[in-house]
Design a protein around this ligand. Structure first.
Ligand code: IMP
Ligand code: MG
Length: 194
């Protein structure tokens, strides 16, 4: 009886779907798993930055990183400062290959260490552009921290310092990620349902 109820509940959860414009998405990564992965990542970052005498900057890459940034920063226990910027490269469900900076850095970062907080690393074009922007703006060092990574799609040499979850090369939404600006508000992650 209990087992049947549990299986029913689990099945319903797996079948949860959302529709955004012309596309349907099915659940892929539940919030509980995302939260646990961020716990582990925060533990590593805390240990690496433990006792630091500077105030590292957490760079929020708008808009996709907002939800991840909120979850990550409340788990960090060293003094840090938030700076934002906005980059765009996606059109619909694929990368255009061209990265545009839609909003400049919101504070001076000269002489500072910067932890880039990204929602997802896909081709890596955005990371290359971000590293360049930070070096030109006078950052002493920059690290990359991303909630998700698509290793099959990544083509660059830059080391990704912290990855919470690796995923296949599929299009996903939720937890900050969007399809034409929709779907960012969902706390679970959904994958395109073909
Ligand atoms: P990259 O420059 O190809 O690495 O792509 C990075 C950016 O593209 C991310 O910061 C996201 O904003 C967006 N992106 C990449 N993959 C996805 C996806 O599966 N869903 C939604 N946005 C994505
Ligand atoms: Mg992004």
């Amino acid at each position: 009886m209990f087992l049947a109820k549990f299986v029913g509940c689990y099945k319903r959860f797996l079948m949860k779907k959302i529709t955004l414009k012309d596309k349907t998405f099915r659940i892929s990564i539940p919030y509980e798993r995302i939260s646990e992965a961020i716990d582990n990542m925060a533990e590593k970052i805390n240990s690496d930055f433990k006792g630091c005498e500077d105030v590292p900057i957490l760079l929020c890459v708008l808009n996709g990183s907002i939800m991840f940034m909120a979850e990550l920063m409340k788990r960090l226990d060293f003094n840090c400062q938030i700076v934002s910027t906005k980059l765009t490269s996606y059109d619909g469900t694929s990368s255009t290959g061209k990265v545009k900076q839609a909003l400049g850095l919101t504070a001076d970062i000269t002489g500072r260490r910067v932890i880039i907080v990204e929602d997802i690393v896909d081709t890596g074009n955005t990371i290359v552009e971000l590293k360049k922007i930070l070096a030109e703006a006078g950052a002493t060092e920059s690290y990359v921290c991303t909630l998700l990574m698509k290793p099959e799609s990544y083509t660059k040499d830059i080391r990704i310092d912290y990855v919470a979850i690796e995923i296949p090369n599929d299009f996903i939404v939720g937890f900050g990620l969007d399809y034409d600006e929709l779907g960012r508000n969902f706390k679970d992650i959904y994958v395109l349902d073909n």
